[in-house]
Write a protein that binds this ligand. Structure first.
Ligand SMILES: C[S@@+](CC[C@H](N)C(=O)[O-])C[C@H]1O[C@@H](n2cnc3c(N)ncnc32)[C@H](O)[C@@H]1O
Length: 498
């Protein structure tokens, strides 16, 4: 985060605006709208500023002359709009010395704070900034937000504000209140407000409050949600909505930690993912935890890499919920195979090359690897082996034992869809050797089939500096081969067993 966002309460506070031009008038008007008293410092005022003084005779005054250090003393905020760099610099120096927040329009170097573009549905406000890097982009985003947020949201928020204390008295538990407000904003009360029927909206809110008060079943529920292979843009809308609703999240060791930042900020986080070499929470303990938390009334998000029902043990986790009568829902997601195929440029099927595809696991419940049991493998299909990186050499051997030739095209896609993605291609005969020197970190997917040969032409995804910035904790720039990799294939960090 480049800046720490904050909203200032300027009601009955005094602010200084340096300048008398149109910009000064616009800035001063925003301050006056926020309840501040404003002094405009300029030799003369333009017509827009003059008009402002007439509209706000009690709170807007003109101090004729130029800025002098010391004038900012006691101001809650100073805005410099003089268009004169020396003046802006002097204002900035004096304000920073006194600890007064200052913003010089269009001069980021002379700003200790930013005045963002605002979508105003007071009391609901959305502030947007590019940190001075691209103000036009920020304005465009604001225009988009303006069309997305109905103007009635302001009245809806105001009504909620009026009922807040009454709701707090009626529903003492924070969880109950959260559920109540979510129902308000997603339900008929909000619809009535949007349709302009404010009285009806209020009646509906109060009826909902009565129902919530009378409710005696305080059981929670479980959201079994697929987080996809890594790129947060691949999340479904529903996944995102439920991530925002959860009280507690039990999460795997996800390929992209950035995904966790999209979970509700105050939700409790419990890592239960499996990593090789580290203590892991046994599956039974995860199942029990889900039941225990939901039974205690929590909304539990079980966030899993890829799709919950593809080598994800989703089936096992919901069995216990069914036994205990706990409500749940399952949200599908892009599985690693789809993500790896799309982002590496290795199609799962192709009319000329591969007419079917199969998802296999390189990791059985008993730990043994027996791919040959699914043989014979066809040369015109795409095989995708999950959880096989640690035993890559054996995987390739077993695919050959299952009928594929030594020169059959094969690839490993590591950390697919993230900025750290790497694709290593070869054949069943030489893939393991090539991977040994590539510094892969996992999770990784093994692909075998004729479409691997299309990869040099169809591969399109490259990480960008922006994407890498979005994954700061990813370690994605560590591309050197692991020292140990020369001796043995890298251990997969994502070794949850299916
Ligand atoms: C326990 S399985 C979970 C699969 C997941 N439910 C899915 O639908 O993708 C974990 C395996 O998925 C594969 N995997 C998960 N994320 C991946 C990624 N971003 N890139 C490559 N492979 C991935 C790896 O083979 C990893 O060992």
């Amino acid at each position: 985060m480049d800046h720490y966002p904050i909203f200032l309460n300027l009601n009955n506070r005094w602010c200084l605006v340096i300048g008398g031009n149109e910009t000064a008038a616009r800035k001063a008007e925003d301050l006056l709208d926020a309840g501040a008293a404003v002094t405009l410092v300029a030799p003369q005022l333009g017509s827009a500023c003059e008009e402002l003084l007439q509209r706000y005779p009690d709170r807007a005054v003109h101090q004729a002359g130029t800025y002098r250090p010391g004038m900012e003393h006691g101001a809650a905020l100073v805005l410099a709009t003089s268009e004169d760099e020396a003046t802006d610099g002097a204002v900035y120096d004096a304000c920073t010395r006194r600890g007064v927040p200052v913003n010089a329009v269009d001069r980021p170097a002379y700003c200790s704070c930013i005045t963002p573009a605002v979508v105003d549905r007071s009391p609901l406000q959305v502030a947007i900034t590019s940190g001075g890097a691209a103000p036009v982009l920020a304005r465009q985003v604001r225009s988009q937000m303006e069309t997305l947020l109905p103007t009635a949201y302001g009245r809806l928020a105001a009504l909620a504000g009026r009922l807040r204390e009454r709701v707090a008295a009626a529903l003492p538990s924070g969880r109950q209140r959260l559920r109540f407000w979510e129902q308000v904003f997603e339900g008929p009360a909000a619809e009535s407000m949007l349709a302009g029927r404010e009285r009806e909206a209020e009646r509906e809110m109060l009826e909902l409050l009565r129902q919530e008060q009378a409710r005696d079943d305080d059981r929670g529920e479980v959201f079994l949600v697929g987080a996809g292979p890594g790129d947060p843009d691949l999340l479904t809308f529903r996944a995102l909505r439920l991530m925002q609703r959860a009280d507690v999240v039990l999460h795997d060791h996800l390929a992209a930690p950035a995904l966790l930042r999209l979970v509700r900020k105050d939700a409790e986080r419990i890592p239960v993912g499996k990593r090789s070499g580290r203590h892991t929470l046994p599956q039974e303990a995860i199942n029990d935890k889900l039941i225990e938390l939901a039974a205690a009334g929590k909304r539990v998000l079980r966030l899993k890499g890829g799709d919950p029902f593809v080598f994800g043990r989703g089936g096992e986790e919901i069995e216990g919920l069914i036994e205990h009568g706990i409500p749940f829902q399952v949200v599908p997601a892009v599985t690693a195979a789809q993500g790896a195929a799309a982002y590496s440029g290795i199609p799962l099927t192709h009319r000329d090359h591969a007419q079917s595809c199969r998802f296999l696991t390189g990791h059985r419940r008993d730990g043994a690897l027996r791919l040959a049991q699914w043989a014979p493998f066809r040369p015109d299909e795409t095989l995708l082996v999950y959880m096989g990186l640690t035993h890559l050499e054996t995987v390739c051997e077993q695919l050959r034992e299952g009928g594929l030739p030594a020169d059959h095209p094969a690839a490993v896609v590591d950390q697919a869809t993230t900025p750290a993605q790497q694709v290593v291609t070869g054949t069943l005969a030489d893939l393991a050797e090539r991977v040994r020197t590539s510094g892969l970190q996992g999770p990784a997917l093994i692909m075998a089939g004729p479409t691997v040969e299309l990869q040099p032409r169809l591969g399109w995804y490259h990480s960008t500096p922006d994407a890498e910035r979005a994954f700061p904790e990813h370690g994605c720039l560590r591309r050197e081969p692991l020292a140990a990799a020369a001796a043995e294939p890298p251990a997969e960090t994502h070794t949850e067993q299916a």
